[in-house]
Ligand binder design. Structure first.
Ligand code: PMP
Length: 474
């Protein structure tokens, strides 16, 4: 199975990577927040953000089956499903965001948003965050610092990188410091914006996530975006919010992450969640900005099947009150995991909003040196507990959880327990599970477990470091 995957997949990163490369999970089916392997094992799925309202939700499945039997055309015809979906979508969007382009992937959405932003601002230059990821299309590889760093051409001149609005030391990230932190982060951004202007390359577009998932779930201070958006707009730029990861109630309590920050972007993109795994994404903007683009064609975007599924997802969100559930369950998960920090000093930070939670694994506090190998080991130890998570961030030392929103309080307790067991095992150097393939689990024998209180990690060029698993959910 794994062999055929390797045989037919391209040599480049990511797509051909299999989750848990050394003891892969062959998924036979999935339901709600659970996935089942071919041996009948049930895993708690904490990573499938695109199964937003739950894997194979019966309402979504029924809507898609009914629509497929009725009408399944490409764009260009009128149909009721589209109108009904648009009406539902408008109900959850701010008034200014009134024009919708339906597309097929987050990358397509961000590419179009970028085009709109550049046309409207009449500028080429783009500001992004450090460690950002916005998609797999060439235009987005250019503005995703995580991607262009790996390529020979590196950063292009029209790209301006804003430092992450994140404290270096967890000790500084306390409520009393919030104002000072925010001022520092805004000052960092201001320097980048002003320098670009000085160099004759004023910024036309800010493309950013709001809760920055690609960088390991960075949650900026609450006043940050008001100041940042003001700075960008003040010098003639357009603000794009990439909510491919965070839309539709994922951050709990609010439908969109930008609402939590009291701003409205000029252009909003979202994907993943809206199709519950079916490829749908969207760009939403004002009529004024949309008028800047003279022509747009998309064969499959907004086809009746996509609209039927999108509408069904919004109905489930409403019927099952998933946004509020995400808030409550997310809070319990966050608090439970924070409760482990004292017992396990290698948990450097636990952060997030709603069901978007990250656990930063470090060599010890207060230094917060990334413990990439330990994070990887925890990933496998959690798998032994039948809990599936992913690693994120530049150093892949942040365990990220973005489960389906039907995640329950019981599930949250189970995750906290599993983390506790995993860290305890990692620190007592217990053996991991035997693997399916005949390779050793992650080459873990090579990993020194001196990760407490400022320990050192192994040489990054060692084979253990090179092994990569479920990571970079981008
Ligand atoms: N933006 C963000 C923040 C993402 O996380 C991703 C993918 N994970 C994308 C854009 C690209 O979306 P897609 O893979 O659907 O093209």
């Amino acid at each position: 199975m794994l062999q055929s995957r390797h045989q037919f997949s391209p040599p480049s990163d990511n797509w051909c990577q299999v989750h848990f490369a050394d003891s892969e999970v062959k998924v036979a089916r999935a339901s709600k927040q659970y996935i089942y392997d071919d041996l009948g094992n049930e895993y708690l799925d904490c990573v499938s953000s695109s199964a937003h309202v739950g894997h194979c939700h019966p309402h979504v499945v029924a809507a898609s089956q009914t629509q497929m039997q009725k009408l399944w055309t490409t764009q260009g015809f009128l149909n009721d499903t589209y109108s009904l979906y648009m009406k539902k979508l408008m109900d959850v969007l701010p008034e200014t965001l009134s024009v919708v382009y339906l597309v097929n992937s987050g990358s397509e959405a961000n590419d179009l948003a970028l085009r709109l932003g550049r046309l409207h601002s009449k500028r080429e230059d783009v500001a992004i965050f450090e460690s950002s990821y916005h998609g797999n299309i060439s235009s987005l590889v250019d503005i995703s610092s995580k991607s262009f760093k790996r390529l020979p051409q590196g950063k292009k001149d029209f790209v301006h990188v804003i430092p992450l609005p994140k404290c270096e030391r967890i000790e500084d990230n306390i409520p009393e410091n919030e104002q000072a932190n925010q001022e520092k982060f805004c000052e960092d951004a201001k320097k980048v914006i002003e320098q670009a202007k000085k160099n004759g390359r004023p910024i036309g577009v800010l493309m950013s996530e709001i809760v920055i998932s690609a960088a390991g779930l960075v949650v900026p201070p609450l006043g940050y975006y008001k100041a940042l958006y003001h700075m960008i707009r003040d010098q003639g730029g357009i603000c794009i919010a990439d909510e491919v990861q965070t839309s539709l109630g994922r951050i709990g309590g609010e439908f969109w992450a930008f609402q939590g920050y009291g701003v409205v972007p000029d252009i909003l993109t979202f994907g993943k969640s809206i199709g519950n795994g079916f490829p749908i994404a969207a760009v939403v903007t004002s009529r004024d900005i949309a008028n800047s683009l003279p022509e747009y064609m998309n064969t499959y975007g907004g086809n009746p099947l996509a609209c039927a599924i999108g509408k069904a997802v919004l109905e489930v969100m409403d019927n099952e009150k998933l946004m509020f559930s995400a808030k409550m369950v997310g809070k319990a998960l966050l608090e439970g995991l924070r409760g482990l920090m004292k017992k396990h000093p290698s948990i450097g930070d636990v952060r997030g909003m709603g069901l978007c939670v990250g656990v930063e694994i470090v060599c010890g506090r207060p230094d917060m040196k990334p413990a990439t190998n330990l994070a990887n080991r925890i990933l496998y130890l959690l798998k032994e507990e039948k809990v599936i998570v992913a690693t994120q961030g530049e150093e892949r030392n942040v365990i990220a959880m973005t489960p389906p929103l039907c995640f329950t309080l019981d599930n949250a307790r189970r995750v906290v327990d599993a983390f506790d067991k995993a860290f305890t095992k990692a620190n007592t150097n217990e053996e991991s599970e035997p693997v399916r393939s005949n390779t050793s689990v992650l080459g873990l024998d090579n990993i020194p477990l001196n990760v407490m209180g400022g320990g050192e990690e192994i040489d990054p060029s060692s084979p253990a470091k090179k092994k990569r698993n479920i990571e970079d959910m981008d």
